[in-house]
Design a protein around this ligand. Structure first.
Ligand code: FAD
Length: 419
């Protein structure tokens, strides 16, 4: 990986140095959070020649199934070495246990290992000129004037506090973002699904058997696994992620994953990690504070409803946020910041609305889930699903196919068609 900034405007040190008032270093942009979104935004700003800090607290692997579409791999130049497994088929499992296989004809779903992938993205941003800072964002200081000062805690032998200032702060610190809570305090928090998964060894058992030789993703639409989302078994080569999620407080996710491990043949697989995290399922109404703070990725709520797909959208949002940030840094006009949300919803708002509707309609009861899985048998439904997942474009199928699928949906919904 050899990356370098296109122009090194920040080498003009007369523009920078120490912010005497705040007593810290001055940047064009400080990005808080080095997940896919923050690293993408930091890389783009550094490549454009802006002095950029990328702050990441570290110490935890992001809990994630790690599935990404080919569009993410192409658009963000993800090397094949980061793809730990290629999935060519998914199996949908209905409450009754009936299954529908959905083979992918012209492509695959890529599986990344978030421990390696996130570090690789951060390092790529650093090679483009972003300065990596291993510290935890604690809050803002000095909310007046054009600069923002952030307070960071760095852990070493002694805990040290750093104060850094910037013309722009990007909050890429994930769901339940502290940057969002402090900079946009009036905003209603976005609804979340809490997801929990266990990472287990893929092979094992009595004779070291390969449990999923077809490298298939299994998706469980069963109320006992999740009352309002779904459960998954995603192979990653040597390891497999088995998880589920729900928005229902107090739901027994550990018990549900234990049931899922029994059902999928992983009951005795060696467990490597157990972890969980919230998944936001609705873009926030505002991503900027009207001055100099802008949110991206999970912090802005950009995860697709129904599927919980967030990596591609985090990368994409990071790119758009960096574009808007660049315009803001060039002009000093805070109105430029709101362009990121408009652009994102312009490109992906319709898909998010359709997926939101799909989740609201079909994930409500086992009776409906049974019918939802039955709809997935249809060849047109399968083709449209994979095309729009893989390429992030709504397919331009013939109106006849759309009409037929709509009628099928209505028929299944009202029980006129049997599952
Ligand atoms: C269990 C689970 C399974 C999932 N499976 C999939 C999947 O298969 N495919 C998919 O596309 N999406 C999946 N997602 C969603 C996906 O993981 C997220 O949407 C995506 O990681 C968002 O990227 P991000 O960069 O916005 O945030 P994150 O990846 O959450 O990154 C935020 C970063 O900020 C850092 N940070 C947080 N607070 C601070 C602070 N105060 N100071 C400094 N640093 C801080 C964190 O350490 C982290 O590195 C899953 C999510 C969960 C919870």
């Amino acid at each position: 990986m050899t990356e370098s900034p296109r122009k090194l405007a920040y080498l003009d040190t007369s523009r920078y140095g120490t912010d005497r008032k705040a007593g810290g270093t001055v940047y064009d942009a400080i990005v808080v959070g080095g997940g896919p979104s923050g690293s993408t935004a930091a890389r783009a700003l550094a490549r454009a020649g802006y002095r950029t800090a990328l702050v990441e607290r570290g110490g935890r692997i992001k809990p994630c199934g790690g599935a990404i579409p080919p569009r993410a791999i192409e658009d963000f130049a993800i090397p094949h070495s980061q793809i730990k497994a290629r999935i060519h088929s998914a199996r949908m499992i209905a409450p009754s246990g009936k299954t529908v296989d959905m083979p992918i004809d012209n492509g695959y779903v890529g599986m990344v290992d978030r421990e390696e992938f996130d570090e690789w993205l951060r390092e790529r941003a650093a090679l483009s000129g972003a300065e990596r800072i291993a510290a935890t964002f604690e809050g803002f200081e000095d909310a007046t004037g054009a600069m923002r000062t952030v307070v960071l805690r760095r852990k070493g032998e002694d805990t040290e506090r750093l104060r850094l200032s910037a013309r722009l702060v990007i909050g890429a610190d994930g769901a339940k973002s502290l940057v969002a809570r402090l900079a946009l305090p009036k905003q209603k928090p976005t609804p979340c699904v809490f997801a929990y998964h266990e990472i287990v060894e893929s092979t094992g058992g009595e004779n070291g058997i390969e449990r999923n030789p077809d490298n298939r993703c299994d998706v469980y639409y069963q109320g006992r696994i999740s009352p309002d989302f779904y459960g998954w078994v995603f192979p990653h080569g040597e390891t497999t992620s088995i998880g589920t999620g729900t928005a229902r407080k107090g739901y027994g996710l550990r018990k549900a994953v234990s049931d899922l491990r029994d059902a999928s043949g992983y009951a005795d697989a060696r467990t490597i990690r157990r972890e969980g995290a919230p998944i936001p399922l609705k873009p926030l109404k505002r991503w900027d504070d009207g001055r100099n703070v802008l949110l991206t990725g999970d912090a802005a709520g950009v995860v697709a409803p129904a599927s919980g797909e967030g990596i591609y959208y985090a990368l994409e949002c990071g790119r758009m946020v960096a574009d808007a940030g660049e315009k803001f840094l060039k002009t000093g006009n805070p109105k430029c910041l709101s362009a990121a949300r408009r652009e994102f919803l312009g490109d992906h708002g319709t898909v998010f609305a359709i997926l939101g509707l799909l989740q609201g309609v079909w994930y409500r009861s086992d009776w409906l889930r049974e019918r939802f899985v039955a709809i997935c048998k249809d060849a047109d439904v399968q083709r449209m699903t994979w095309e729009s997942y893989m390429h992030k474009k709504l397919t331009r199928e013939s109106p006849l196919a759309h009409g037929r699928i709509l009628m099928q949906n209505i028929g299944h919904y009202f029980g006129w068609r049997t599952a």
